[in-house]
Design a protein around this ligand. Structure first.
Ligand code: CS2
Ligand code: MG
Length: 402
């Protein structure tokens, strides 16, 4: 089953997406998400200029060998650009294999380990009252797990709060927005936010919170302790994870579960975190962590150490990634939860798909392959539109994590 064509499709139905389409001599084609928010064209070029020429003539059935060929063969390893490109190839080849076998990809991954995939929603507001209203909306839609973010008194901007009346989209056109940050107002505020959430919604709903890499380890330990009375499902990205052993200090002080990994791109980014049980959920994704094949290896290591999956699922990951994630989630034994930020209708029109949401859970569907398409004619009507993630500085102007 030789690969005879492969091409990169860049489209911007409201936000930029990069898609790889691989076509075999039999006419069977597969799709892979290669979107890296704010650096999309780097991956598009890595694929078009360096990977696609190597794919032509290869056997589309040889998924593992192709992964190793692209990983080892580049000599220069890891990193979000390389691993997103490899992920797109890997995902497209799984799509092809499913179509050729006339089976949904989850059946090729060992079949379903559960009936459906539990997902969590985003709720945010400029202040606590708005955040309360936003949580109520998500509960009414049927979600039973909700990530809560709010504006912070005294700070003009913060992570995770949508601009009035628009779906949350962090990448902004027209240049790089600068946010300002101060930790003390945040640490004073965040327990009050969840105290209010528990008083409004009780103990049943699972509440999550994304710290978004902004604290030092001891500050993260303090945040975890402050949040213990509100028994969060998880506290996400409490501190930057380059120094994996930094999480030991957090672990020593709090039982609040920790989720990390949406910025990881290989098992080596989280090997120590998992083996030392410094985290409870690994957030690595199909699109940024080397595809379905590598994410399975990360999950297998996590399973040995009772760490569960909780893959990233923001709107800057395309519906192709969401479809692939749901096939992975349905099958993997140590599944925890899947993030679900619904894409806009504009995006869904470009990427028609089988997956569906109902009553707090999703299912990838049983179409052969991933069950997602790309309308190339429609995609062509949305040219790339550069957009950048914000940067974050402390009040004195020092660069900080966004
Ligand atoms: C966030 C993301 O969904 C999350 O947990 O961390 O929205 C993240 O900020 C974006 O994906 C960055 O592009
Ligand atoms: Mg996050």
């Amino acid at each position: 089953m030789k690969i005879v064509d492969a091409r990169v499709i860049v489209t911007c139905p409201g936000r930029n997406f990069v898609t790889l389409k691989i076509v075999t001599e039999d006419g069977v084609y597969g799709l892979g998400d290669a979107t890296l928010n704010g650096r999309e064209l780097a991956v598009a070029s890595y694929l078009t200029d360096h990977v696609v020429p190597l794919l032509i003539g290869r056997d589309a059935r040889a998924i593992e060998d192709t992964w190793q060929y692209l990983y080892k063969g580049a000599y220069w390893r890891r990193g979000p650009v390389t691993m997103s490109a490899i992920a797109a190839v890997d995902t497209a080849l799984w799509d092809i294999k499913g179509k050729a076998a006339n089976l949904p990809v989850y059946q090729l991954l060992g079949g379903a380990s559960r009936e459906s995939v539990r997902v969590y929603a985003h709720a945010n507001g400029l202040d606590v009252d708005q955040a309360v209203k936003a949580v109520a909306v998500q509960l009414d839609l049927g979600y039973t797990a909700i990530r809560v973010q709010s504006g912070i008194p005294g700070l003009s901007s913060t992570y995770g709060v949508a601009r009035a009346g628009r779906p949350y989209e962090p990448a902004e056109k027209g240049g790089v927005t600068e946010h300002r940050w101060s930790t003390e107002p945040y640490l004073n505020f965040v327990p009050r936010l969840f105290e209010r959430m528990r008083s409004e919604f009780g103990d049943e709903v699972d509440l999550l919170h994304d710290v978004h890499h902004r604290l030092t380890p001891i500050e993260a330990a303090r945040a975890g302790k402050l949040l213990e009375p509100y028994h969060l499902f998880w506290m996400e990205d409490p501190t930057p994870a380059e120094h994996q052993d930094a999480f030991r200090l957090i672990r020593q002080h709090t039982t609040t579960p920790i989720a990390v990994g949406e910025v990881f791109n290989s098992v080596f980014d989280c090997q120590h975190l998992i083996q030392a049980q410094l985290i409870d959920y690994i957030r690595a994704t199909v699109v940024h962590a080397g595809g379905i094949s590598h994410l399975r290896k990360i999950a297998a290591l996590a399973e040995l150490h009772q760490v569960r999956t909780g893959s990233h699922g923001a709107t800057d990951l395309s519906p192709i990634c969401m479809a692939a994630a749901l096939h992975f989630d349905l099958s993997v034994h140590n599944f925890g939860i899947q993030e679900h930020m619904p894409h806009t209708a504009e995006t869904d029109a470009v990427f028609p798909h089988e997956y569906a949401f109902a009553s707090g859970v999703m299912h990838p569907g049983d179409a052969p392959g991933l069950g997602v398409e790309i309308d190339e004619a429609l995609a062509a009507r949305y040219p790339y539109d550069p957009a950048y993630l914000p940067v974050n500085r402390r009040m004195d102007g020092t660069m900080h994590d966004w």
